[in-house]
Design a protein around this ligand. Structure first.
Ligand SMILES: Cc1cc2nc3c(=O)[nH]c(=O)nc-3n(C[C@H](O)[C@H](O)[C@H](O)COP(=O)(O)OP(=O)(O)OC[C@H]3O[C@@H](n4cnc5c(N)ncnc54)[C@H](O)[C@@H]3O)c2cc1C
Length: 354
């Protein structure tokens, strides 16, 4: 790797990658048109468990310690707080689900993430919540205040990287010579989220736009410091304000939130609480998801020097920091990428489209 890298896209993937490369002494220019729908809209929740199957999330034992360290370091440098540890309380959706938790709660693989059930968990808070089958508390969960984080990391980056707030126009880019507007780079890394669908050299990759919508609501009488979860999440963000989310709408590239999301999420809240609330905001964004639920990272199979770092899906805030570190080590130290994220698993698609 040489020393003049252009990063296109300054959402979560672009800024976290830029930060890691700067730490390794690389000269970075980052172009972003400040349209980061997904990274700023996101609730920023970090949940180590997948409740549907009551399993651990992919590579969680590696992702969680590294992201805790990473966010603490950015908080210190940005002199702001955005990382908030929080207990997620899962209201079980059935007796089977509760049994599944009971079977796993003491296993070495799960004890780090599951509080063993207590009698209080089983009859938790009958006055405030709907608790049909009991509840379980998740350990090592947290949420990031995404607006504060994105502002913070951009201010840290602005001290050592060049940030250009403008659209990257492919007509001014020569992917053979890695030159943009007559400026040559040693590597160009595309971190465009779902908008990679419009990227002429990477549009063969199966990034699937998945729209998500969130409500912000005011619950005057819901008194909790925990995040509740069943069918949706209810995340307290202070001053009796809560984020409720999220919807999943596949193949939808219009980030504008739609009114059917209000009905959908309002119906889901009823599974958690019957307390009165008022809706203060409805927001939407597009997640860059993939069919095999793994990110896509690496070099274009034919156009050398052109790289892709994308497909963070619905758990970007947990996985981005370690993936960025691994990608840096691949670029600089030539350490092979984890097979599961390697872009070359899609090489056949390129030959089909070209
Ligand atoms: C409703 C919702 C809730 C979510 N909740 C969570 C959650 O609780 N926890 C979690 O971990 N994740 C969550 N996510 C997912 C998370 O937002 C994504 O994983 C992550 O933000 C993806 O980041 P990204 O950088 O790949 O994409 P983006 O955030 O979309 O950023 C891409 C950036 O590239 C820029 N760009 C693209 N093309 C160009 C161009 N040609 N020129 C200039 N700039 C360009 C865009 O302006 C944008 O700033 C949620 C997402 C949504 C929509």
């Amino acid at each position: 790797m040489k020393n003049k890298v252009l990063i296109v896209g300054g959402g979560l993937s672009g800024v976290v990658l830029a930060y890691h490369l700067v730490q390794r002494g690389i000269n970075i220019t980052l172009i972003d048109d400040q349209n980061n729908q997904s990274s700023v809209v996101a609730a920023g929740m970090i949940n180590p468990l997948v409740f549907r199957r009551m399993t651990k999330s992919w590579r969680v034992d590696e992702f969680i310690p590294y992201c805790e360290e990473f966010y603490a370091s950015i908080e210190k440098q940005a002199q702001n707080q955005f990382f908030h540890p929080i207990i997620i309380r899962r209201f079980f959706s059935s007796i089977q689900e509760r049994k599944s938790w009971e079977l796993k709660q003491y296993l070495p693989d799960f004890i780090t993430y599951m509080h063993p059930l207590t009698t209080e968990d089983l009859s938790f808070n009958d006055n405030e919540t709907v608790n049909e089958f009991g509840s379980g508390r998740v350990k090592k969960s947290s949420w990031i205040d995404t607006t504060v984080f994105m502002e913070g990391i951009r201010s840290v980056l602005s001290k050592s990287a060049t940030i250009q707030n403008e659209i990257f126009n492919y007509e001014n880019y020569n992917p053979q010579f890695l030159s943009y507007k007559n400026e040559a780079y040693s590597e160009v890394i595309f971190c465009e989220g779902y908008r990679s669908l419009h990227n002429p050299i990477f549009s063969y990759l199966p990034i699937q736009p998945t729209k998500g919508e969130l409500l912000e609501v005011h619950f005057p009488d819901l008194d909790t410091t925990e995040s509740y979860n069943r069918k949706c999440f209810v995340l307290p963000i202070g001053q009796k304000q809560f984020k409720i989310g999220a919807t999943y709408k596949w193949h939808n590239t219009d980030p504008e939130p739609e009114t059917d999301a209000v009905e959908d999420l309002s119906n889901k809240i009823k599974y958690i609480t019957n307390k009165e609330y008022t809706i203060t905001k409805l927001i939407g964004g597009i997640r860059p998801t993939t069919l095999d639920r793994r990110p896509i990272v690496g070099e274009h199979p034919k156009l050398k020097g052109n790289y892709f770092f994308n497909g963070l899906g619905a758990k970007g805030y947990m996985i981005a920091p370690l993936l960025a570190k691994e990608f840096c080590e691949h670029l600089i130290d030539k350490i092979p990428l984890n097979n599961e994220i390697d872009i070359h698993r899609f090489d056949k698609l390129l030959s089909l489209t070209s």
